[in-house]
Design a protein around this ligand. Structure first.
Ligand code: 0WD
Length: 254
């Protein structure tokens, strides 16, 4: 297809081939988008580079979202390489392992701050610096999880950070809407990725979803990829400030 031909989109959060961001990149490339990938640090650079190079014409740039200077440099590089930016995919989150088990009430000040910095504020920090490149309008998509609105065992501080992320989506959508820039979140069902490895007892969460979700199966990264593609495309031009569930319907079940 060519729903995204002529569109320049930056994808943040590829860690390996299982990453949700990587499936999103696949769906975007299939529709003709030109992609830039960012990687957090040298630890993941070669892995991201190897994946990105399988999509011809991709640009690969460093960006640790906890460092404002990195995001400034990213904005400059994207302006130079692309001129105009049409899309931003934010697929980044982090919390300390010790904060993803046991009681939420035990969360430390530092653990709370770190989870919110990387998992929620980073969307604001990046949108702030990249939206000026979206001179033809644009679409920003981030990844969230139902732990933002319901208590999910072990998700703890990440659930609170996702609530902040979803609220940030609404405020950003309000600010950037007049420039025809849309901001939305995809709330995915549980998927076995590197990030999921950090959640204690993830397997039992998966099992419950397969049993109870209307579609009676887990969520596939390709399903998330296609929804992100829709949100990047003009097909979704009336949608902003929204959280779209791609979870086989699990969230409607009591
Ligand atoms: O079940 C799941 N896997 C779900 C994930 C269900 C619903 C939502 N999500 C969300 C996650 O919370 C996250 O926001 O989707 C997003 C992507 O997660 P993923 O694809 O499941 O996990 P992963 O492949 O690990 O990608 C997250 C990446 C990091 O990987 P590692 O594992 O190395 O922390 O976020 C990136 C990094 O590549 N990241 C950063 N990037 C730049 N700067 C930073 C940072 N400081 N920290 C983490």
């Amino acid at each position: 297809g060519d729903l995204l031909t002529g569109k320049n989109i930056v994808v943040m959060g590829v860690a390996n081939e299982r990453s949700i961001a990587w499936a999103i990149a696949g769906s975007l490339a299939e529709q003709g988008a030109r992609l830039a990938f960012t990687y957090e640090n040298e630890r993941v650079e070669s892995r991201v580079r190897k994946l990105a190079e399988t999509i011809p014409g991709s640009v690969i740039l460093p960006c640790d979202v906890t460092v404002d200077g990195d995001i400034d440099i990213l904005a400059g590089e994207l302006k130079e390489r692309f001129g105009v930016l049409h899309g931003l995919v934010h697929s980044i989150a982090f919390a300390k392992g010790e904060d993803l088990e046991g009681r939420f009430s035990d969360t430390s000040r530092a653990g709370f701050a770190l989870a919110h910095d990387i998992s929620a504020y980073s969307l604001v920090a990046v949108a702030q610096r990249l939206h000026p490149l979206m001179t033809e309008g644009g679409s920003i998509v981030t990844m969230t999880y139902m732990g933002s609105e319901r208590v999910m065992r072990n998700y703890n501080v990440m659930g609170v950070a996702k609530a902040a992320l979803e609220a940030s989506v609404r405020y950003l959508a309000s600010d950037l809407g007049p420039g025809n820039i849309r901001v939305n979140a995809i709330s995915a069902g549980p998927i076995r990725t590197l990030a999921a490895k950090g959640i204690s007892d993830f397997n039992s969460i998966l099992r419950i979803v397969e049993e109870k979700a209307p579609l009676r199966r887990g969520t596939d990264t390709a399903e998330v990829g296609d929804t992100a593609m829709f949100l990047m495309s003009r097909l979704s031009r009336g949608i902003t400030g929204e959280v779209i569930y791609v979870d086989g319907g699990y969230h409607i079940i009591g």
